[in-house]
Design a protein around this ligand. Structure first.
Ligand code: THU
Length: 131
């Protein structure tokens, strides 16, 4: 059994640091590495909307910049009716390092949806560059 509760708590705290003045939709993410470290991310928006970075990619990039590339689990938290799963761009970035990564999405009421990158983005890397 994957332990998600501490990751959900970390994602919820990261969400408090979101910079989302345009959408007003704050998201937090927490990514646990195989070595047991946890890297958090929040969405950071920009007046030039396309420059916005999602919470999930912020977490992956922080982890990779710290020298970590092996990931065990991801939690995503938002204040939405249904728990939010990573967007297509974030799924692709997560698949780069962890094509089968377990993902737990939660809202502030505690509703949970468990999935994985394998399920959310099947065949993400097959065939590309001879893989
Ligand atoms: N967002 C995330 O950070 N992660 C998701 O999984 C869904 C969307 C952000 C991007 C944008 O700042 C805001 O939420 C609205 O889409």
């Amino acid at each position: 059994m994957i332990e998600f509760q501490s990751l959900i708590d970390a994602a919820r705290q990261a969400r408090e640091r979101a910079y989302a003045p345009y959408s007003r939709f704050a998201v937090g993410a927490a990514l646990r590495t195989k070595s047991g470290r946890v890297f958090c991310g929040c969405n950071v928006e920009n007046l030039s909307f396309g420059l916005t970075i999602c919470a999930e990619r912020a977490a992956v990039f922080a982890a990779v910049a710290a020298g970590e590339r092996g990931f065990e689990a991801l939690a995503v938290v938002a204040d939405s009716k249904a728990p939010v799963t990573p967007c297509g761009a974030c799924r692709q970035v997560l698949a780069e390092f962890s094509p089968t990564l377990p993902v737990c999405s939660a809202n502030l009421e505690g509703a949970i949806f468990q999935s994985s990158i394998a399920e959310l983005l099947p065949r993400a890397k097959e065939g590309i560059l001879g893989t």
